[in-house]
Ligand binder design. Structure first.
Ligand SMILES: [Cu+2]
Length: 153
């Protein structure tokens, strides 16, 4: 290792370590608005636990909404149903995906948010405390995240 790469790696460690110390990370936060006015919206994201202890997502607060619940969608006796979850466990070095057709944050009474605007989510974790995340609101029926290909030229 040359002095230059050594310095670079020391620098990189200094830059990245505060992030690792945070433990839990939230990626790709987004909110799918309801196609019908007044119906619930849903928030999706990816949780990563880089911390040294297992954690739990206990609840989520959504700015501008009446309330939000942790839900999981799944087929029961051939019928798609949503179930409320009290919390979502996330083990060390594990990722938990909140995505359409699975886990989601159901948002009730979200008002005044248009597609392209930012919705602020506060995630409450048992061990890692609160984490504030900006989620981009998407239009009803719009393809989301990495699946969306309409904007490529
Ligand atoms: Cu739901």
């Amino acid at each position: 290792m040359t002095l230059r790469t050594l310095l670079l790696s020391v620098l990189m460690t200094a830059i990245t370590s505060p992030l690792w110390a945070m433990g839990v990370m939230v990626h790709d936060a987004r909110v799918q608005l309801s196609p019908i006015e007044g119906r619930p919206a849903a928030a999706y994201f990816m949780l990563m636990n880089h911390g040294k202890q297992a954690d739990k997502l206990l609840s989520v607060d959504v700015d501008g909404a009446d309330r939000a619940e942790l839900h999981e969608s799944g087929a029961k006796d051939g019928v798609m149903k949503m179930q409320k979850m009290e919390s979502v466990a996330i083990g060390v070095d594990e990722g938990v995906s909140f995505a359409p057709g699975g886990k989601h944050v159901m948002i009730f009474g979200l008002k005044g948010i248009k597609p392209g605007e930012v919705v602020t989510l506060t995630l409450h974790f048992e061990k890692h405390g609160d984490m504030v995340v900006d989620a981009l609101a998407a239009a009803p029926g719009a393809e989301m995240g990495k699946m969306g290909g309409h904007n490529h030229h």
